[in-house]
Design a binder for this molecule. Sequence first.
Ligand SMILES: Cc1ncc(COP(=O)(O)O)c(C=O)c1O
Length: 394
Amino acid sequence: MRSIASRMSVMSGEGALSVFARAKELEAQGRSIIHLELGEPDFHPGQSVIDSAARALAEGKDRYCNVIGVPALRQKIAAYLARTRSIQVLPDNIVIAPGCKIALFQSMMALLEPGDEVLYPNPGFPGYPSISLGLGAVPVPYTLSARNQLQPDPDEVASKITRRTRMLLTNSPGNPTGTVYTDAVQRALAELAVKHDLWVLSDEIYARIIYGGEYLSMLRYPGMAERTLIIDGFSKSFAMTGWRLGYTVAPPEVVPALSLMVVNTYTCVAEFTQYAAIEALRDPEGNTPRMVAEFARRRDQFARDLNRVPGFRCLPPDGAFYAWVEITGTGISAEELCRILLEDAGVAAIPGAAFGSSGKDFIRFSFASSMATLQEAVERIQKVSSAWQATAVR
Ligand SMILES: Cc1ncc(COP(=O)(O)O)c(C=O)c1O
């Protein structure tokens, strides 16, 4: 009998993409929609990156190429990580992937047995539990609660470790909360990983988008080198979402498994995009710092404006480009609120439960839109706020 494999029924989609689909439907009906649902920078890579891709194509760099990525790019990534994150990694321990999601998937597929438990942040990126389930592993959430400044609580993590725990997933700065884990929290998580001999999968895709301070990679802590895989890429820090470029930094014994996965799936990442990525890392135009400075301005203003909406509470995030707004003061559910925002105000945002049960009292806005657009979004929200003002707790 023909049927879809049962593993597909346990995987899930992404709330952002379903809100986006409904927003597109409304737009097709002629409605004006402000898109604050997707995690996509409203910037594009600089001209020199585009020129590099064009030059590489003109030079015939459009063939099958090195399975784990062109050596020149892997060397540049190693130098970039040393420069921006103070970590020493070898180019041969870097595997280029078409985006961070596939890098996450490969790493989890390489390291998890069915039944293994995976600790992951809740609220968090929906792929973490979905991929775990798809691989027959057991996702075990640890909570990022407002009571704990949206930081992981190492005691809670410790209490959830069992004989089956195989992997600890971290994401700093995190989607959807923008939390940058503190040094103390990361140190405590690293100690737990050493004590219980866990793999650590550190999703550092937003590492460059922080608002002050030095970025602390999980790889910097004692005992982490042999057990940590870093996931990073070009989608967010270099505004290259559609180029589909990511990478894994892995301990040497994991690289052959990742390489085998590449051979069995996409063979290699497009060569000309990898040459463009080298130029993005060079960043002669200073595009990344400029983009982050602009995100910082928006963060300050958007958080201030959102806090004026009846029933909304928003702490400016320390990293990434998301406003994570607590909405219990509105007296209505996050789902109902997002429905009103989209259908009545034409502002697309995501109910927090799309990122896990601990997000149920929140909604997420992306502030990767111009200052004027963000201002208009808040004006529109203010106008429809009478819908919940009657129930709002001020
Ligand atoms: C935390 C996190 N990890 C991974 C990804 C996937 O990134 P990519 O576009 O490189 O596949 C995202 C994208 O939103 C993300 O927020």
